[in-house]
Design a protein around this ligand. Structure first.
Ligand code: GLU
Length: 305
């Protein structure tokens, strides 16, 4: 308990230095932190540490004062973030990591269901403190948000109706593919097809790529959520459904198969506001969870290996 809060505070100090170097706003008292009384935290520390402990990053202190960590999670991705429709209970690897992060801060956890399209808006608006939602770390995204060390690596694939006879990336040439808005999927597929020599890559630009306007060899329909893409696949509105395998697995029902291709590693990390104190606490959690075997345990308990 003491060690837990101390490490949070230590991260807070680093966060404070990063976030507001020169600012005097990081003055929250340790005694305000719940549920640890000040005496418990300070009695074992040398005097000089007691002074610096007051510099808990402002954002972390806010969460501690609120008593709740608000986490954006998936609610239909079995093994990662899944909400039981009957009980409302959330399960999965990302749920457990979110609970551990809240525990580290000594607060409760509150889950908000997010999609690939909504997760960053909710983080930016402050409706949630962090995202644990199959969120792939990319160089582009790292410009806008902080990500921890990856806790899981998935791959992108493509799901089709068997009746369509699409079996490989080659067969996808000329097709329309359903993807989620705000996801890495369309770009990953185009890159894989270019690498295989199936698409002329001259018009491809990593930075400006837009699934809505791409028309070289394959076209995309973007949807707000995965159930809608699945319905569109059944209705023949799209020829294929492309996203990470962890998500596709849910929609791989009778009469549907993956094509024979798995590409573009997707490293999932916890996303937080850039430069926040919480970024450091989240990173510490992931590092510790690797060291003490929690990540391996969660992967195997959730059938993700
Ligand atoms: N993991 C991919 C991404 O971050 C797929 C989308 C999703 O997580 O829903 O873009």
């Amino acid at each position: 308990m003491k060690k837990r809060l101390f490490s949070v505070l230590a991260a807070g100090i680093m966060g404070a230095m990063l976030v507001a170097c020169g600012s005097t706003s990081q003055t929250a008292q340790v005694s305000e932190a719940k549920p640890e009384p000040k005496e418990t935290v300070t009695e074992e520390k040398p005097a000089e540490e007691v002074v610096t402990e007051e510099a808990v990053a402002e954002d972390v202190q806010k969460i501690i004062d609120r008593g709740v960590l608000k986490v954006g999670v998936k609610n239909a991705v079995v093994g990662f973030g899944y909400e039981d429709p009957l009980t409302g209970e959330y399960t999965g690897m990302e749920i457990e990591l979110a609970k551990a992060l809240a525990e580290k801060l000594g607060v409760d956890v509150e889950f908000t269901a997010v999609t690939a399209a909504t997760r960053t808006e909710l983080l930016d608006s402050g409706d949630i403190d962090c995202v644990l939602a199959t969120f792939t770390i990319t160089e582009e995204r790292k410009q806008s948000w902080d990500f921890t060390t990856p806790y899981y690596t998935d791959y992108v694939s493509v799901l089709v109706e068997d009746a369509k006879g699409i079996k490989s990336l080659d067969d996808l040439v000329g097709s329309t593919v359903g993807v989620s808005s705000g996801s890495t999927s369309a770009k990953a597929l185009v890159k894989a097809m270019i690498e295989k020599g199936l698409i002329n890559g001259e018009a491809f630009d990593e930075e400006s790529f837009d699934p809505a306007t791409w028309s070289e060899g394959v076209k995309f329909q973007q949807y707000d959520d995965y159930p809608t893409i699945s319905t569109a696949l059944s209705a023949g509105e799209v020829d294929a459904f492309c996203v990470d395998k962890s998500i596709l697995a849910i929609y791989r029902t009778e009469g549907r198969s993956y094509i024979d291709a798995e590409f573009s590693p997707q490293n999932y990390g916890i996303a937080t506001t850039k430069g926040s104190g919480l970024s450091l606490v989240a990173e510490e959690l992931v590092t510790e969870s690797f060291e003490n075997g929690t990540i391996d345990k969660l992967i195997s308990e959730n059938g993700l290996d």
